[in-house]
Each structure stands twice: as C-alpha cells, then as structure tokens.
Design a protein around this ligand. Structure first.
Ligand SMILES: *[C@@H]1O[C@H](CO)[C@@H](O)[C@H](O)[C@H]1NC(C)=O
Length: 521
C-alpha cells in the first residue's frame, strides 16, 4: 500500500451536505462577525470582512473654523476620534456662542472607501431635524398673524374637518397630537408620484380618520414622524398670500435674509449633477449590529471583561419598528422607500416632505439655533433681521405638555411650537438641569439651542448611528455634553479645565474583545 493511500482521504467539497457546510461555515462566520464588530461600522465591506483596504485610523479629513481651544479642545478631540474609530463617516459640526461660531467643521468622507471628501460644499439630509426649521417657519407665520396655534385647522382648511378631526387645532399638529401619524385610507398605494398629485393627495390627507377617535381616549401623542410636514404644508399654502409651501418660504425668506444659510426641502435644480455633487449619500448602520444589540443580554453587554460597558442597548422602538403592524412601524416607516438611498433620487427631490426631507449643513442649522438661543433676535443686528419677535418666541417656546408617545414609546416634553423643551433630555448626565430645546433626526443628527448658555449647536452626519434614542445617539449626545461643559467653564460656571498632561496625549492602547478574553482565562 502506498503512503498516499494510508492518509485519510480529504473530504471533497462535492459530497458535503448543506448541514455540514453550515457546520464548517460557522467558525468562519463567527470570525467574520468578530472582525466586523470590533471595528467601527463605517468602513468598506472589504475592510470589515477580510481586513483589506481599510481607511487609516490615524488621519481624517477635517476643515473649517475652530476657536477658543482652551475650552473647546475636548469637543474637537472627541469629534475627530469618531472618524478615527469609524463611528462616523462624514458630516459637519457647528457651535455658536452668543451668536459667534466657535466650531464650524466639515469632516470625513462621503463614501465608505474614503475617496470623496466631505467638504464645506456638502449638503446632508437631516431628516427630522427639518421639523425644527418647519417649527420656525410656522412661528413666523404666527408672527405675521396668518396662523394662530390655538385656531382649529378647519379655520384654514375646511376639508380637514372629517372623521374625528373636526376640533383638531394647529397646536395639536405641532405637538404630534392630531391623531394622523400615518395614512391608512382605502389602503391606497403610496409613492413619490402620489405626493406630486397635489389635489388628490390633499383630499387624501383630509379624509384620513383620527386614529384614536374623536374622544382621544387612551393615547394622545403619537409622533407624526412622516406626516406632520404634509399636513402643515396644506395649511401653509392656504394662508400664505403667495400660496407658498414651507420649503419655498425657507428658500425665499430664510436663505435670502441669511445668505450663509442653506435649507432645501426639495425643489433642487433640475439637473442631476448639482445634487449629485453636493448631497452626500447616507450610509446605514449595519443590520447585523442592530440585531446584536437587540439579542445580546445586558449582563454580557455590560460585563467588564467580555462586554462593552457603556455601549447602549437598542432603543425600545427598534423592537417595535420590526413588527409590521405596530404603531411604531406605521408611524416611522415610509413604506415605498426600501432603503435610505431611495431618499436621494430625482423623484424624491421633486416632492416636498418637510418633516423628513431637509438638506442642509451644521453651519446653517446652528446659526438658526443661535438666533433661537438669542430669543429669536438677530445675531448680526443691523445686517440681518430678527428670526422671530421676542413675543412670538416666548409664545412658541412656552412649555405645552409631556406624554408617553405611542409611536416612539418615549416621553418627550414639548413646547407649543413643537420643539423638545427638556431639562433632563434622555437622562444624559452632563445635560441634567440645562434646558435643551430643538429636535433630532433619523441617523443621529441633532440641532439644539440653550438659552441660558447662549448656545446654538448642530451635529450633522451621513452615517446612521445605532438606534439608541429618539433625539440623537451617543455621538451627538457626547458632543453636546462636551460643548455644555466647555461653555460652562468659559462662563465661569464650572472650574477652568486643567492643562492636559503630556501623559494623556499618548494614545491609549486599544483593548480588543480578544485581549479581554485572554485576560479573563
Ligand atoms: C470653504 O472652504 C474653502 C477652503 O477650502 C474656503 O476658501 C471657503 O471660504 C469656505 N467656504 C465657506 C462658506 O466657509
């Protein structure tokens, strides 16, 4: 017998059955998963799966303004670290104090491979952050006497008074209590085209029944994530003397009065190149990690050695959004858009959905927030007009109510104008006791003003973060916490920061899960 014949025959892949293939693939899949989860999510697929063509972890593109480093250096350092750790891909960050920009940065890339830089010409869809600007435009119409928060919607739009909505007021729409957080009439198909047929769509919005019924027994608040802007636009175009929509007013008034502010709800120039070159694509958070956060038990997640203490669990609404018939899924999903890429098409840009379609940048949004922090008054008096009169600012930002929301499963205190008004936003430690106003958007963008600190803040990203909260995720929250601390130090409300020791400047050794497991055994 020859030597070769004695060796056990190597199993041919021809006679592997599916079961044993799965068995062999399991360790490979586990390894891929391990690599995948140990690197920041926003890398090319090649990098995450086979470790090839990874972007550098010691360099990221960043440009713009950064002042008062004595106080704000920790903010810039953390922002930079988000890109180096691939927790963010591209975006902008802007902070105004007393109306002056101290941070105005553009960073990272538009694509996972890192071939297109994210510069100061880049625009970003900021989703529900557009609601904060929507709220400002409604307040301006209140100021001109064209709208009144307490008036019934039927005063402006008689057809709205059907199916239990007869007594709904403008303030109910602003505070997500109008009961029309999704459209279920006749189970009609939705598409971008159905939005284009204005009169038919308007009739459809008017016909929609109040979901909780006329008496509003039980639930009151249900986040009108998608629909608020559609309903508001029906009202706005009926009261505006020129019949304009919210998006047209943003463009013809705000963008003209404040020339450095860019706000596009739609109506992009017809040619594809303009928005192809300016509007950054959005990158989704990897589904596998979402599922990981959902199924890994808390004791493992928080375990000092094998887990990742500090990593937040998936928000409650993540579980609900996956159940097709839940109110969360109904309220948050745009059934006809299959992925985030579907919001960046010519068809999508041809229609206006002000609750989720705003394209802007951090500078523009932080500037508006800075004027709100200035109680509506101009931050460049003599050169630019006030955003709102003091009187309307006070009225619009008066606290309205706080209820558990049937869609987001969260209690968020709201003002009459429809912005969050909270001194305990998401129970974030560094924000306790500071009154935050503003709103957040899907994916993690966050725009906020803080009156008492004279602060306008905006974090804009093209990289969907983990679904950790309703308004912002760990990235925006940490940035805001650091900004608030720096601002308090600057104002002498907290002790001045100690100069950094040379020791702290040394990069910390990266402890991976593998090393942690070794330490344990
Ligand atoms: C954008 O950056 C360029 C330099 O890269 C600068 O010249 C220009 O003024 C900046 N534009 C704005 C609006 O900040």
């Amino acid at each position: 017998m020859s030597k070769e014949a004695a060796a056990p025959p190597r199993r041919s892949y021809f006679n592997l059955n599916p079961g044993s293939i799965a068995l062999h693939l399991l360790p490979a899949a586990a390894f891929a998963l391990y690599v995948y989860c140990n690197q920041g999510p926003f890398q090319s697929t090649q990098c995450l799966t086979i470790g090839k063509n990874c972007r550098s972890s010691s360099f990221t593109y960043m440009e713009g303004t950064f002042e008062k480093a004595d106080f704000y250096a920790p903010v810039a350092r953390y922002y930079n670290s988000l890109f180096l750790r691939h927790e963010d891909l591209g975006g902008s960050l802007a902070v105004f104090t007393d109306g002056v920009p101290v941070i105005d940065l553009y960073a990272g890339f538009k694509d996972l491979e890192g071939t297109k830089i994210y510069d100061n010409t880049t625009l970003q869809n900021v989703y529900s952050c557009g609601k904060a600007v929507e709220g400002i435009i409604i307040a301006r119409l209140v100021q001109s006497g064209l709208l009144n928060y307490d008036a019934k919607v039927t005063d402006y739009w008689p057809e709205f008074g059907q199916n239990g909505k007869e007594d709904i007021r403008l303030v109910d729409i602003m505070t997500h209590e109008a009961g029309v957080f999704f459209l279920d009439d006749d189970n009609k198909e939705m598409s971008w085209n159905s939005l284009k047929d204005r009169e038919a769509f308007s009739a459809r919005l008017a016909r929609q029944a109040h979901y909780f019924g006329k008496d509003h027994k039980g639930h009151k608040r249900a986040y009108h994530a998608i629909t608020r802007g559609w309903y508001l636009n029906e009202i706005v175009r009926r009261v505006d003397p020129q019949g304009r929509t919210i998006g047209q007013i943003a463009k013809e008034e705000l963008m003209v009065q404040y020339p450095d502010v860019e706000l596009y709800y739609s109506h992009f120039p017809e040619n594809n190149e303009w928005w192809e070159s300016r509007l950054s694509p959005m990158v989704d958070y990897p589904l596998i990690r979402v599922i990981g956060r959902m199924i890994i038990p808390d004791w493992i997640r928080n375990h000092q050695r094998i887990g990742f203490p500090g990593l937040r669990p998936a928000h409650r609404l993540t579980y609900q959004v996956m159940k097709k018939d839940s109110l969360t899924a109904k309220g948050l999903s745009l059934s006809f858009v299959k992925s985030v890429a579907g919001l960046r098409t010519k068809e999508a840009h041809a229609t206006e959905s002000t609750s989720f379609s705003l394209k802007s940048n951090a500078h523009s949004l932080a500037k508006l927030m800075a004027m709100m922090a200035n109680k509506g008054a101009s931050i460049n008096p003599g050169q630019e007009p006030d955003l709102l009169s003091r009187e309307v600012y006070e009225e619009a930002t008066t606290f309205y109510s706080e209820h558990e929301d049937a869609v987001t499963l969260t209690s968020i205190p709201l003002s009459r104008g429809g912005w969050v008004k909270s001194t305990h936003l998401h129970d974030i430690e560094g924000l306790k006791g500071v009154e935050i106003q503003g709103w957040g958007g899907a994916g993690g963008s966050l725009i906020v003003w803080i009156e008492e600190l004279g602060l306008g803040f905006s974090y804009v990203t093209n990289a969907f973060g983990a679904p950790e909260g309703v308004l912002g995720d760990i990235r925006g929250h940490t940035l805001l916490e650091l900004v608030v601390r720096a601002r308090k130090q600057e104002l002498g409300l907290l002790p001045k920061p100690e100069p950094r020791k040379a020791e702290e400047n040394k990069p910390k050794e990266k402890i991976t899960l593998l090393q942690k497991l070794r330490l344990r055994s």
